[in-house]
Design a binder for this molecule. Structure first.
Ligand code: URP
Ligand code: ZN
Ligand code: ZN
Length: 437
Protein backbone atom coordinates (compact mmCIF):
# COMPACT_ATOMS: atom_id res chain seq x y z
CA UNK A 1 0.00 0.00 0.00
CA UNK A 2 1.45 3.31 -1.10
CA UNK A 3 0.10 6.40 0.60
CA UNK A 4 0.73 10.02 -0.32
CA UNK A 5 0.22 12.84 2.19
CA UNK A 6 0.07 16.08 0.24
CA UNK A 7 0.70 19.73 1.12
CA UNK A 8 1.08 19.42 4.89
CA UNK A 9 3.55 21.37 7.01
CA UNK A 10 5.90 18.92 8.69
CA UNK A 11 6.91 19.75 12.26
CA UNK A 12 9.85 18.05 13.92
CA UNK A 13 11.85 18.88 17.04
CA UNK A 14 13.91 21.35 15.03
CA UNK A 15 12.18 22.02 11.70
CA UNK A 16 9.00 23.31 10.09
CA UNK A 17 8.55 23.01 6.30
CA UNK A 18 5.97 22.16 3.65
CA UNK A 19 6.46 18.86 1.80
CA UNK A 20 4.73 15.73 0.53
CA UNK A 21 5.28 12.46 2.38
CA UNK A 22 5.36 9.12 0.59
CA UNK A 23 4.55 6.16 2.83
CA UNK A 24 5.16 2.56 1.85
CA UNK A 25 5.51 -0.71 3.79
CA UNK A 26 4.62 1.01 7.07
CA UNK A 27 7.54 3.43 6.83
CA UNK A 28 8.16 6.92 5.53
CA UNK A 29 9.67 6.15 2.14
CA UNK A 30 10.44 9.69 1.02
CA UNK A 31 9.80 13.33 1.87
CA UNK A 32 9.56 15.52 -1.24
CA UNK A 33 9.62 19.28 -1.29
CA UNK A 34 8.34 19.32 -4.91
CA UNK A 35 4.78 18.02 -5.43
CA UNK A 36 4.35 14.27 -5.99
CA UNK A 37 1.92 12.90 -8.66
CA UNK A 38 -1.22 11.59 -6.96
CA UNK A 39 -2.09 8.96 -9.62
CA UNK A 40 0.84 6.76 -8.59
CA UNK A 41 -0.61 6.07 -5.10
CA UNK A 42 -3.24 3.72 -3.65
CA UNK A 43 -4.40 6.43 -1.26
CA UNK A 44 -3.93 10.19 -1.13
CA UNK A 45 -4.51 12.32 1.96
CA UNK A 46 -4.86 16.05 1.44
CA UNK A 47 -3.19 17.85 4.36
CA UNK A 48 -3.48 21.41 3.13
CA UNK A 49 -3.70 23.78 6.13
CA UNK A 50 -2.60 21.00 8.50
CA UNK A 51 0.56 20.24 10.43
CA UNK A 52 2.15 16.80 10.30
CA UNK A 53 3.48 15.59 13.64
CA UNK A 54 5.27 12.36 14.58
CA UNK A 55 2.71 10.13 16.33
CA UNK A 56 2.41 11.02 20.01
CA UNK A 57 4.22 8.84 22.53
CA UNK A 58 2.62 8.76 25.98
CA UNK A 59 5.36 7.51 28.31
CA UNK A 60 3.09 6.96 31.32
CA UNK A 61 -0.23 5.08 31.21
CA UNK A 62 -1.87 2.44 33.42
CA UNK A 63 -4.36 0.38 31.41
CA UNK A 64 -6.19 -2.35 33.31
CA UNK A 65 -4.37 -1.53 36.54
CA UNK A 66 -5.54 -3.64 39.49
CA UNK A 67 -6.67 -1.76 42.60
CA UNK A 68 -8.79 -2.73 45.62
CA UNK A 69 -11.67 -0.88 43.89
CA UNK A 70 -11.26 -2.97 40.73
CA UNK A 71 -9.24 -2.45 37.57
CA UNK A 72 -8.68 1.01 36.07
CA UNK A 73 -11.59 1.39 33.69
CA UNK A 74 -9.67 1.51 30.40
CA UNK A 75 -8.20 -1.76 29.23
CA UNK A 76 -5.59 -1.89 26.48
CA UNK A 77 -8.24 -1.92 23.75
CA UNK A 78 -10.40 0.97 24.96
CA UNK A 79 -7.48 3.06 26.24
CA UNK A 80 -5.45 2.70 23.05
CA UNK A 81 -8.56 3.47 20.99
CA UNK A 82 -8.95 6.74 22.93
CA UNK A 83 -5.22 7.42 22.55
CA UNK A 84 -5.42 7.13 18.76
CA UNK A 85 -8.32 9.58 18.63
CA UNK A 86 -6.10 12.09 20.40
CA UNK A 87 -3.05 11.55 18.18
CA UNK A 88 -1.04 9.18 20.37
CA UNK A 89 0.24 6.10 18.52
CA UNK A 90 2.60 4.65 21.14
CA UNK A 91 1.89 3.96 24.81
CA UNK A 92 4.35 3.03 27.54
CA UNK A 93 2.57 1.15 30.31
CA UNK A 94 3.91 -0.84 33.27
CA UNK A 95 4.66 -4.42 34.23
CA UNK A 96 3.94 -4.82 37.93
CA UNK A 97 4.58 -8.34 39.28
CA UNK A 98 2.84 -9.86 42.27
CA UNK A 99 5.07 -10.53 45.27
CA UNK A 100 7.26 -13.54 44.56
CA UNK A 101 6.63 -13.42 40.79
CA UNK A 102 9.64 -12.88 38.54
CA UNK A 103 9.87 -9.75 36.40
CA UNK A 104 10.09 -11.83 33.22
CA UNK A 105 7.03 -13.93 34.07
CA UNK A 106 5.07 -10.75 34.86
CA UNK A 107 6.28 -9.28 31.56
CA UNK A 108 4.97 -12.30 29.64
CA UNK A 109 1.54 -11.99 31.31
CA UNK A 110 1.39 -8.25 30.61
CA UNK A 111 2.32 -8.75 26.96
CA UNK A 112 -0.69 -11.06 26.65
CA UNK A 113 -2.97 -8.46 28.27
CA UNK A 114 -1.66 -5.77 25.94
CA UNK A 115 -2.22 -7.82 22.80
CA UNK A 116 -5.57 -6.05 22.28
CA UNK A 117 -3.88 -2.61 22.03
CA UNK A 118 -4.52 -0.69 18.83
CA UNK A 119 -1.42 1.47 19.36
CA UNK A 120 2.18 0.40 19.71
CA UNK A 121 2.76 -0.56 23.29
CA UNK A 122 5.86 -1.06 25.39
CA UNK A 123 6.56 -1.20 29.13
CA UNK A 124 8.50 0.03 32.12
CA UNK A 125 9.11 -2.92 34.45
CA UNK A 126 8.59 -2.57 38.20
CA UNK A 127 10.79 -4.39 40.69
CA UNK A 128 8.45 -4.18 43.70
CA UNK A 129 10.84 -6.03 46.03
CA UNK A 130 14.52 -6.88 46.15
CA UNK A 131 15.20 -10.62 46.01
CA UNK A 132 18.34 -12.68 45.31
CA UNK A 133 17.20 -13.08 41.72
CA UNK A 134 16.22 -9.45 41.03
CA UNK A 135 19.56 -8.42 39.50
CA UNK A 136 19.46 -11.33 37.10
CA UNK A 137 15.79 -10.66 36.24
CA UNK A 138 16.65 -7.03 35.42
CA UNK A 139 19.41 -8.19 33.05
CA UNK A 140 17.03 -10.64 31.36
CA UNK A 141 14.47 -7.85 30.78
CA UNK A 142 17.18 -5.66 29.27
CA UNK A 143 18.26 -8.52 26.99
CA UNK A 144 14.65 -8.65 25.79
CA UNK A 145 14.73 -4.92 25.00
CA UNK A 146 12.94 -3.57 28.10
CA UNK A 147 15.39 -1.08 29.60
CA UNK A 148 13.36 1.13 31.93
CA UNK A 149 12.52 0.05 35.48
CA UNK A 150 9.85 1.80 37.52
CA UNK A 151 10.15 2.10 41.28
CA UNK A 152 7.82 3.70 43.81
CA UNK A 153 8.79 5.63 46.94
CA UNK A 154 5.10 5.76 47.98
CA UNK A 155 2.54 2.92 48.26
CA UNK A 156 4.95 1.07 50.59
CA UNK A 157 2.36 -1.59 51.55
CA UNK A 158 2.01 -2.76 47.96
CA UNK A 159 4.68 -1.73 45.46
CA UNK A 160 6.92 0.82 47.26
CA UNK A 161 10.58 0.17 48.06
CA UNK A 162 12.67 1.39 50.99
CA UNK A 163 15.85 3.38 50.29
CA UNK A 164 18.12 0.38 50.70
CA UNK A 165 16.24 -1.58 48.04
CA UNK A 166 15.89 1.48 45.81
CA UNK A 167 19.65 1.81 45.79
CA UNK A 168 20.10 -1.88 44.99
CA UNK A 169 17.68 -1.61 42.04
CA UNK A 170 19.43 1.53 40.79
CA UNK A 171 22.84 -0.14 40.99
CA UNK A 172 21.61 -3.24 39.16
CA UNK A 173 19.86 -1.19 36.46
CA UNK A 174 22.89 1.09 35.99
CA UNK A 175 25.24 -1.90 35.66
CA UNK A 176 22.96 -3.49 33.06
CA UNK A 177 22.72 -0.27 31.03
CA UNK A 178 19.11 0.66 31.88
CA UNK A 179 17.21 3.62 33.28
CA UNK A 180 15.22 3.96 36.50
CA UNK A 181 11.78 5.57 36.31
CA UNK A 182 10.58 6.78 39.69
CA UNK A 183 7.43 7.87 41.52
CA UNK A 184 8.73 10.38 44.09
CA UNK A 185 6.62 10.82 47.22
CA UNK A 186 7.75 10.24 50.83
CA UNK A 187 5.54 7.21 51.46
CA UNK A 188 6.10 6.86 55.22
CA UNK A 189 5.43 10.52 56.04
CA UNK A 190 2.31 10.51 53.86
CA UNK A 191 1.03 7.37 55.57
CA UNK A 192 1.28 9.07 58.99
CA UNK A 193 -0.55 12.18 57.73
CA UNK A 194 -3.31 10.15 56.07
CA UNK A 195 -3.97 8.16 59.19
CA UNK A 196 -3.93 11.28 61.37
CA UNK A 197 -6.51 13.02 59.19
CA UNK A 198 -8.86 10.04 59.22
CA UNK A 199 -8.40 9.49 62.98
CA UNK A 200 -9.56 13.10 63.45
CA UNK A 201 -12.65 12.53 61.31
CA UNK A 202 -11.27 14.30 58.22
CA UNK A 203 -12.29 11.86 55.52
CA UNK A 204 -13.18 13.98 52.44
CA UNK A 205 -11.12 14.04 49.21
CA UNK A 206 -9.46 17.34 50.13
CA UNK A 207 -7.56 15.48 52.86
CA UNK A 208 -6.04 13.29 50.19
CA UNK A 209 -4.36 16.45 48.90
CA UNK A 210 -3.54 17.84 52.34
CA UNK A 211 -1.85 14.57 53.35
CA UNK A 212 0.50 14.81 50.34
CA UNK A 213 1.90 18.37 50.50
CA UNK A 214 4.49 19.59 47.98
CA UNK A 215 7.46 18.96 50.26
CA UNK A 216 6.60 15.23 50.44
CA UNK A 217 7.25 15.17 46.70
CA UNK A 218 10.28 17.46 46.58
CA UNK A 219 12.07 15.70 49.45
CA UNK A 220 11.55 12.40 47.66
CA UNK A 221 12.86 13.95 44.42
CA UNK A 222 15.97 15.13 46.26
CA UNK A 223 16.52 11.70 47.83
CA UNK A 224 15.97 9.88 44.54
CA UNK A 225 18.50 12.12 42.80
CA UNK A 226 21.06 11.47 45.57
CA UNK A 227 20.56 7.70 45.35
CA UNK A 228 20.79 7.73 41.55
CA UNK A 229 23.98 9.78 41.77
CA UNK A 230 25.46 7.25 44.18
CA UNK A 231 24.44 4.39 41.88
CA UNK A 232 25.52 6.24 38.70
CA UNK A 233 22.06 5.47 37.36
CA UNK A 234 20.11 7.57 34.84
CA UNK A 235 16.83 8.70 36.38
CA UNK A 236 13.43 9.64 34.93
CA UNK A 237 11.10 11.28 37.45
CA UNK A 238 7.42 10.79 36.62
CA UNK A 239 4.53 13.17 37.22
CA UNK A 240 6.43 16.11 38.72
CA UNK A 241 3.78 18.39 40.19
CA UNK A 242 5.40 20.62 42.85
CA UNK A 243 7.45 23.71 42.13
CA UNK A 244 9.90 22.83 44.93
CA UNK A 245 10.84 19.63 43.03
CA UNK A 246 12.02 21.60 40.02
CA UNK A 247 14.93 23.18 41.85
CA UNK A 248 16.41 19.80 42.77
CA UNK A 249 15.97 18.59 39.20
CA UNK A 250 17.58 21.75 37.72
CA UNK A 251 20.54 21.56 40.07
CA UNK A 252 21.19 17.91 39.21
CA UNK A 253 20.91 18.59 35.49
CA UNK A 254 23.27 21.58 35.77
CA UNK A 255 25.78 19.34 37.54
CA UNK A 256 25.67 16.95 34.58
CA UNK A 257 23.63 14.17 36.22
CA UNK A 258 21.34 12.29 33.82
CA UNK A 259 18.01 13.27 35.35
CA UNK A 260 14.90 13.57 33.19
CA UNK A 261 11.54 14.88 34.32
CA UNK A 262 7.95 14.37 33.22
CA UNK A 263 4.86 16.32 34.12
CA UNK A 264 1.21 15.73 33.14
CA UNK A 265 -1.58 17.93 31.72
CA UNK A 266 -3.51 17.76 35.00
CA UNK A 267 -0.69 19.54 36.85
CA UNK A 268 -0.37 22.18 34.12
CA UNK A 269 -4.07 22.98 33.82
CA UNK A 270 -5.88 22.15 37.07
CA UNK A 271 -5.27 23.09 40.68
CA UNK A 272 -6.34 22.17 44.21
CA UNK A 273 -9.52 24.27 44.07
CA UNK A 274 -10.98 21.13 42.46
CA UNK A 275 -11.02 19.62 45.98
CA UNK A 276 -13.51 22.23 47.25
CA UNK A 277 -17.06 20.90 47.10
CA UNK A 278 -19.13 17.76 47.63
CA UNK A 279 -17.74 14.25 47.17
CA UNK A 280 -19.38 13.78 43.73
CA UNK A 281 -17.44 16.75 42.39
CA UNK A 282 -14.12 16.26 44.16
CA UNK A 283 -13.53 12.47 44.17
CA UNK A 284 -12.79 12.29 40.41
CA UNK A 285 -9.71 14.49 41.07
CA UNK A 286 -8.09 12.12 43.56
CA UNK A 287 -4.72 11.18 42.13
CA UNK A 288 -1.15 11.05 43.40
CA UNK A 289 0.57 13.42 43.60
CA UNK A 290 -2.54 15.59 44.07
CA UNK A 291 -3.39 18.77 42.19
CA UNK A 292 -1.32 21.69 43.50
CA UNK A 293 -1.56 25.51 43.66
CA UNK A 294 -1.76 27.90 40.69
CA UNK A 295 1.88 28.93 41.37
CA UNK A 296 2.98 25.31 40.83
CA UNK A 297 1.25 25.28 37.44
CA UNK A 298 3.14 28.39 36.39
CA UNK A 299 6.45 26.93 37.54
CA UNK A 300 5.77 23.75 35.54
CA UNK A 301 5.00 25.71 32.35
CA UNK A 302 8.26 27.59 32.86
CA UNK A 303 10.08 24.27 33.29
CA UNK A 304 8.63 23.00 29.99
CA UNK A 305 9.77 26.13 28.26
CA UNK A 306 13.31 26.18 29.70
CA UNK A 307 13.87 22.45 29.14
CA UNK A 308 14.00 21.31 32.79
CA UNK A 309 11.07 18.97 32.01
CA UNK A 310 11.52 16.76 28.95
CA UNK A 311 8.16 15.01 28.55
CA UNK A 312 4.43 15.37 29.14
CA UNK A 313 2.83 12.01 29.94
CA UNK A 314 -0.73 11.55 31.12
CA UNK A 315 -0.46 8.99 33.94
CA UNK A 316 -3.73 7.80 32.38
CA UNK A 317 -5.44 5.71 35.06
CA UNK A 318 -9.20 6.37 35.02
CA UNK A 319 -11.75 4.91 37.40
CA UNK A 320 -15.54 4.98 37.10
CA UNK A 321 -17.34 7.14 39.64
CA UNK A 322 -18.73 3.99 41.31
CA UNK A 323 -15.12 2.91 41.91
CA UNK A 324 -14.14 6.30 43.34
CA UNK A 325 -17.26 6.12 45.53
CA UNK A 326 -15.88 3.24 47.62
CA UNK A 327 -13.98 5.98 49.45
CA UNK A 328 -17.02 8.12 50.22
CA UNK A 329 -16.37 7.79 53.97
CA UNK A 330 -12.59 7.47 53.80
CA UNK A 331 -10.44 9.20 51.18
CA UNK A 332 -7.76 6.51 51.66
CA UNK A 333 -10.03 4.02 49.87
CA UNK A 334 -10.56 6.17 46.76
CA UNK A 335 -8.56 4.59 43.91
CA UNK A 336 -5.87 7.03 42.81
CA UNK A 337 -5.82 8.10 39.20
CA UNK A 338 -7.43 10.08 36.40
CA UNK A 339 -7.86 9.69 32.65
CA UNK A 340 -6.42 11.89 29.92
CA UNK A 341 -4.67 9.80 27.26
CA UNK A 342 -7.03 11.21 24.61
CA UNK A 343 -6.47 14.88 25.42
CA UNK A 344 -2.74 15.29 25.91
CA UNK A 345 -1.90 16.74 22.51
CA UNK A 346 -4.95 18.99 22.23
CA UNK A 347 -4.44 20.41 25.73
CA UNK A 348 -0.74 21.05 25.25
CA UNK A 349 -1.31 22.56 21.81
CA UNK A 350 -4.12 24.84 22.99
CA UNK A 351 -2.70 25.97 26.31
CA UNK A 352 1.00 25.65 25.43
CA UNK A 353 1.57 26.48 21.77
CA UNK A 354 -1.40 28.78 21.14
CA UNK A 355 -0.73 30.69 24.37
CA UNK A 356 2.95 31.09 23.43
CA UNK A 357 4.20 29.18 26.46
CA UNK A 358 6.05 26.66 24.26
CA UNK A 359 6.97 26.61 20.58
CA UNK A 360 5.67 24.08 18.05
CA UNK A 361 9.09 22.40 18.03
CA UNK A 362 9.01 22.13 21.83
CA UNK A 363 5.51 20.66 21.56
CA UNK A 364 6.90 17.89 19.33
CA UNK A 365 9.76 17.21 21.73
CA UNK A 366 7.44 17.11 24.75
CA UNK A 367 4.78 14.89 23.18
CA UNK A 368 6.94 12.54 21.13
CA UNK A 369 10.63 13.04 20.32
CA UNK A 370 12.06 13.26 23.84
CA UNK A 371 10.18 10.17 25.05
CA UNK A 372 11.40 8.32 21.95
CA UNK A 373 14.98 9.33 22.69
CA UNK A 374 14.91 8.65 26.44
CA UNK A 375 13.22 5.24 26.04
CA UNK A 376 15.24 4.03 23.03
CA UNK A 377 12.56 4.32 20.34
CA UNK A 378 14.26 7.07 18.31
CA UNK A 379 14.77 7.47 15.30
CA UNK A 380 12.12 4.93 14.23
CA UNK A 381 9.62 6.85 16.37
CA UNK A 382 9.37 10.46 17.51
CA UNK A 383 10.52 11.63 14.12
CA UNK A 384 9.24 12.55 10.65
CA UNK A 385 12.07 11.55 8.31
CA UNK A 386 12.74 9.05 5.53
CA UNK A 387 13.11 5.57 7.03
CA UNK A 388 11.14 6.33 10.20
CA UNK A 389 7.98 4.39 11.08
CA UNK A 390 4.93 5.94 9.46
CA UNK A 391 3.19 6.83 12.74
CA UNK A 392 1.90 10.29 11.91
CA UNK A 393 -0.69 12.79 13.03
CA UNK A 394 -2.25 15.16 10.52
CA UNK A 395 -3.21 17.99 12.80
CA UNK A 396 -5.85 20.54 11.96
CA UNK A 397 -4.87 23.59 14.03
CA UNK A 398 -8.25 25.32 13.81
CA UNK A 399 -10.68 22.54 14.82
CA UNK A 400 -12.41 23.54 18.04
CA UNK A 401 -14.21 21.40 20.58
CA UNK A 402 -15.03 21.16 24.25
CA UNK A 403 -13.95 18.08 26.17
CA UNK A 404 -16.77 16.08 27.69
CA UNK A 405 -17.32 12.71 29.35
CA UNK A 406 -20.12 11.93 26.93
CA UNK A 407 -18.17 12.49 23.72
CA UNK A 408 -14.73 11.20 24.75
CA UNK A 409 -13.51 7.73 23.77
CA UNK A 410 -12.04 6.90 27.20
CA UNK A 411 -13.99 4.26 29.09
CA UNK A 412 -14.94 6.42 32.06
CA UNK A 413 -18.11 8.18 33.17
CA UNK A 414 -16.23 11.28 34.35
CA UNK A 415 -13.58 13.44 32.72
CA UNK A 416 -11.44 15.84 34.75
CA UNK A 417 -11.11 18.12 31.71
CA UNK A 418 -14.86 18.26 30.99
CA UNK A 419 -15.87 21.76 29.93
CA UNK A 420 -12.37 22.76 28.83
CA UNK A 421 -12.25 24.11 25.25
CA UNK A 422 -9.48 22.95 22.94
CA UNK A 423 -8.35 24.24 19.57
CA UNK A 424 -6.45 21.92 17.25
CA UNK A 425 -7.27 18.27 16.75
CA UNK A 426 -6.12 15.30 14.65
CA UNK A 427 -7.74 15.29 11.23
CA UNK A 428 -6.17 11.88 10.47
CA UNK A 429 -3.99 9.51 12.46
CA UNK A 430 -1.70 7.07 10.68
CA UNK A 431 -0.13 4.08 12.39
CA UNK A 432 2.32 1.81 10.57
CA UNK A 433 1.35 3.53 7.34
CA UNK A 434 -2.39 2.79 7.74
CA UNK A 435 -5.06 5.42 8.28
CA UNK A 436 -6.53 4.43 11.67
CA UNK A 437 -8.53 7.57 12.51
O1 URP B 1 -2.86 8.61 41.10
C1 URP B 1 -2.16 8.01 40.29
N1 URP B 1 -1.17 8.66 39.72
N2 URP B 1 -2.40 6.72 39.99
C2 URP B 1 -1.66 5.90 39.13
C3 URP B 1 -0.47 5.29 39.78
C4 URP B 1 0.66 6.27 39.94
O2 URP B 1 1.01 6.62 41.05
O3 URP B 1 1.24 6.72 38.96
ZN1 ZN C 1 2.92 7.46 40.22
ZN1 ZN D 1 1.43 6.45 37.10
Amino acid sequence: MKLLIKNGVIITESDQYQADIIVSGGRIHEIRKEAATSELFDQVVEANGCYIFPGGIDPHVHMHLPSPAGFSSDDFFSGSHAALFGGTTTLIDFVTPCRGQSLTEALDRRLEEASSALTHCTFHISPIEWRDSTKDEISKCIDRGFKSFKVYMAYKQTVGLNDDHLLKVMQAVAQAGGLVVIHCEMGDEIEVLRNQYVANGNTEPIYHALSRPGHTESEAVKRAIELADQALCPLYIVHVSAKESLEHIRTAQQQGQRVYAETCPQYLLLDDRKYDGPFEQTAPYVLSPPLRKPADKEALWQALSDGTIQTVGTDHCPFMFSQKAVGRDDFRKIPNGVGGVEHRLALLFTYGVLQNRITLNQFIKLTSTNAATIFGLFPAKGNVSAGADADLVIWNPVTQCTISATSHHQNCDTNIYAGIAVEGFPEYVIKDGQLVV
